[in-house]
Design a protein around this ligand. Structure first.
Ligand SMILES: *[C@@H]1O[C@H](CO)[C@@H](O)[C@H](O)[C@H]1NC(C)=O
Length: 359
């Protein structure tokens, strides 16, 4: 009798623990299901605290004659015929000023590699005629140091200050570059740019000059492979008979459009058909949701880069590291008699390192 009652108490306890565990599982499942609803809140076109600050702008092209204009278009395909026996074609058509303008949107953020990246990218873009460079910086105030390094290229440009809203900054997987691209989209809309081509080109990618002549006459949306993406080393549309049929990407993640940000261009005529086009603050799904927001259909996609057999853009990525603090034991006046005073101050202004007399 005594033992059987103990048994019942034990069983009741077991049931109680199972019940508690069940409730926890329920809470967990419910919690993860409510996440997509959170994302729904990330759609508004213009957040209340979203900023679009135009820092500096130039619409004049100060560049000298373009080196790239007469570069021969030589493919890197292994050839069975003898080398150099084909007639080179011009890479860029001669410019007459009526070609569609490429709006090249570069999100950037202050870090020690920022200025080096901007110089490298600017020197690529110097070769591209009819291009307007929109550089959107993830800061609340306009960076004069950044501007000095943008304007020296003579490329028509707009420098924006477009900080990520604080609420997203705290996340461990913060959606970087979204506020910047949204600001660029708003700039395009506000300035009534209805002809030309939109392209998102990050500051740490490598661009083949041929990319620009490929995307310039995009009718709706053009797509092409991006090298050095994910486990396959490439993200590319799958093309058959000159038409896009699917996507080759190592991270499909249930995305309708599993493509990289650098793997497509959109004509502004087509973009203008979707006045609510936007990019949500949702890390990993920016491309997918943006392309959904412009109502893209598979048959609207034009494959470029020889039916997606060539790689004209690479997701190179620069290894980043923290800026060190350098302790200088020599006093400032002595340092200024050497080159080191000016040199270290310049590096500090670019955020490459910090100088301290005590640390
Ligand atoms: C792409 O493929 C289509 C169909 O096979 C062909 O007609 C077209 O010429 C190709 N384009 C290029 C640039 O090779």
């Amino acid at each position: 009798m005594f033992t059987s009652r103990a048994c019942i108490v034990l069983r009741q306890r077991k049931v109680f623990f199972l019940l508690v565990a069940f409730i926890f599982v329920l809470l967990f499942v419910f919690g993860s299901f409510s996440n997509p609803e959170d994302y729904e809140k990330e759609y508004p076109l213009q957040l209340e605290n979203e900023q679009l600050v135009i820092c500096y702008e130039s619409n004049t092209d100060y560049r000298k004659s373009l080196y790239a204009t007469n570069l021969p278009d030589i493919t890197d395909e292994p050839s069975t015929t003898q080398r150099n026996n084909h007639q080179p074609q011009a890479l860029q058509q001669p410019v007459n000023g009526t070609e569609p303008v490429i709006y090249f949107v570069t999100p950037t953020y202050p870090r020690r590699e920022q200025i080096a990246e901007i110089i490298r990218l600017g020197q690529t873009l110097m070769h591209v005629p009819r291009l307007h460079w929109i550089v959107a910086d993830d800061t609340t105030s306009c960076s004069d140091v950044l501007n000095r390094h943008i304007r020296k290229f003579g490329i028509p440009y707009t420098q924006l200050a477009s900080p990520m809203p604080e609420m997203y900054r705290a996340r461990k997987n913060a959606p970087r570059g979204v506020a910047n691209r949204r600001a660029a989209l708003n700039w395009i809309r506000r300035n009534q740019k209805k002809t030309g081509v939109l392209y998102f080109g990050d500051d740490d990618n490598t661009f083949d000059l041929k990319l620009f002549s490929e995307i310039r006459y995009t009718k709706k949306v053009s797509m092409f492979p991006v090298g050095l993406i994910g486990d396959y080393g490439i993200s590319s549309p799958i093309v058959r008979n000159g038409r896009v049929e699917g996507f080759f990407d190592s991270w499909p993640a249930k995305r309708k459009w599993p493509v990289d940000m650098a793997g497509f261009a959109v004509s502004l005529e087509y973009l203008a058909l979707s006045p609510n086009a936007t990019m949500p603050f949702k890390a990993g799904y920016e491309e997918d949701e943006f392309l959904k927001s412009i109502g893209l259909k598979l048959e609207d996609i034009e494959p470029k880069a020889r039916n997606c057999t060539e790689i004209l853009v690479w997701h190179t990525q620069t290894k980043s590291s923290k800026s060190p603090t350098v302790r200088i034991s020599m006093d400032r006046q002595k340092l200024d008699k050497l080159n080191l005073g000016a040199l270290l101050r310049r590096l500090e202004s670019m955020g490459v390192n910090h100088i301290s007399e005590s640390e």
